[in-house]
Design a protein around this ligand. Sequence first.
Ligand code: T1G
Length: 663
Amino acid sequence: MQPVMLTIRDQIAHVVIDNPPVNALNQSVRAGMADAAAQVAGNDDIVGVVLSCAGRTFVSGADIRELGNPLQPYLPDVLAAIAGSPVPWVAALKGTTLGGGLELAMACHGRIADPAGKMGLPEVTLGILPGSGGTVRLPRLVTMELAIAMITGGKPIGAEQAQEAGLIDAVAQGELVEAAEAMVRSLAPGTPLLDRPLRSAEAVDWQAEEQALSRKSRGAAAPFEALAALRDAVRLPADQALAAERERFLRLSVSDEAKALRHIFFAERNAGGSLRTADATPADLLRVGVIGGGTMGAGIAVALLLAGSQVRLIERDGAAAATAQERVADMLAESAKRGVISDTERQDALYRLGAGDNYAVLADCPLVIEAVFEDMAVKREVFARLDAVMPADAILATNTSYLDVDALAEATADPGRVLGLHFFSPAHVMKLLEVVRGRTTSARAMATAGALARHLKKTAVVSGVCDGFIGNRIMNAYRRDCEFMLEEGALPHQIDAAMEGFGFAMGIYKVGDMSGLDIAWAQRKARAALRPANERYARIADRLCEAGRLGRKTGKGWYDYADGKPQIDPEVTRIIEEERAKAGHVRRDFTSSQIMDRILSIMQAEGQAILDEGIAETADDIDVVMVTGYGFPRHKGGPMFMRAAALASHGKTPEGLASAVLE
Ligand code: T1G
């Protein structure tokens, strides 16, 4: 089928792009559009063109699979033909008009959008910048200030704001294509967009914009290139600015950053492969039980409520249930305050919540998620009670970050219906979900986890059972090695600075202080007896905890927080030096790149072990876990991607990873 169709009705050409799922501008769409523009130019009967799309959305951008491999016809040439058309084109925008899609719309002479439409230039999130006139056309429609925000930040805006700002001419009240047709018939010829002046460009403080980007970008290059392209739009005539933008675009599309971001774009969409192929009917998610209303349980309840489920929240007694209910209400109020939901949605969500202490009410929930205290004995008791009340086909999930899901499953009458769900805190905000498949977890339990992830709009990855699953196991491995580096001569702030310089939002010691050092301490104590006597073990973290330094909550941890901010503490340095001496190490200096090389190689070795043991399904899934759940910089693509890229640059073939984006 042709991806671009042209039909003429009453002297109006209707050009329709039909390239599911998101009408990406691949080579055949570009060829079809070039053809349509030529047909329009060659037909004197046509007085105007309405450009629209089949399916749920207008064009959501260039085809990401073709980036870095430009094929003719090129988009800028197609857009120049449309902009220079003898008759006006009006773009009818619905769904998400993104990237090259918005550039296409801006090359048209009028734009009208569905009220729910969203428009943006998200190219920086793919390590590139708009490559077909976006940086030159957008600041002629909207103020330079908004153009900078949209292009360097990548976030789309809604139809109403787009109209107020000047990006579109109207929001359609009735049927979109009909409204577009009425617009094209009434459009008066105006000055071509590229001949118009920039809007409010003189008001911009470019240096301040650059400084603001430095604070946000965590070392990514594309936002700075995008800002520079916008500055070119001020300094250069439009045709030269277009050429300069194209040069930047072509250079960036083959950069390591762009390859890494394309890798993670597709890795996220392919994550949790076996959840999608599980051959069974998932449990219904209309009513879900949650046991435990602490931070985690309440967050899970909020996530479910926001997705439209009814939630039965169970606590150990009436008073605890009331507190849990309040916690959920507070979280919902916070979401409403931040504008994530409306007040009506907040009320509606609360209305679907029931809290109490009677397990019997769970009997009509096809799925129950337990999120009580992280202790095997406590969880076993909960599962025994669930066994007694739940119908035989209900699925029982445990929210755990460490515990042995198989051991818990064995404590129930039907281990097949048990699985682990590792949510990340706050559970209604964080996108990642580790689905832990036990030895005996059934296909139906897996299908239910897949349905739950889609329901909650989370990125789910499947993990086998092991200590810490994928994410915490890798984090524990490199945290342990960081302590060895402390023993050998590094200091906490140097390790944090190296990680932050690499692109982590926060180094491991600041993160530790924020979440508290006591949980990991309790785990180390619990496992002390199992540790082989000859295994290397650094006692520094234990010494801090023994001294009452449990992190921010006690005012001291790896840093001192006396004045709110993390300060280097000589007491910590002294403890490190004492432990270094005891371990018999001679102090040596570490550079930031030596620190990062070590952290990355530990992450990669542990990641490989996780793959070899069959704990993770793919190396890409490991990258998704580290990027979405553990602060690994997205623009580096994840530890396994970096390893594969390094191997490929030495002429070695990476095993099954990211090969599509490495050439
Ligand atoms: N190219 C190729 N495939 C794409 C695609 C794209 N641009 N966008 C989505 N897909 C696939 C995706 O892999 C998935 O496939 C399916 O469509 C549904 O996506 C010249 C250079 C549009 C908001 O950055 O933000 O234009 O997994 O699961 O949640 O200057 O996809 O089903 O096989 O995400 O409803 C700029 C990226 C490109 C938009 C829809 N455009 N896409 O979200 O579904 S660069 C973007 C999105 C550019 C110009 C430059 C989202 C979405 P599969 P989905 P969704």
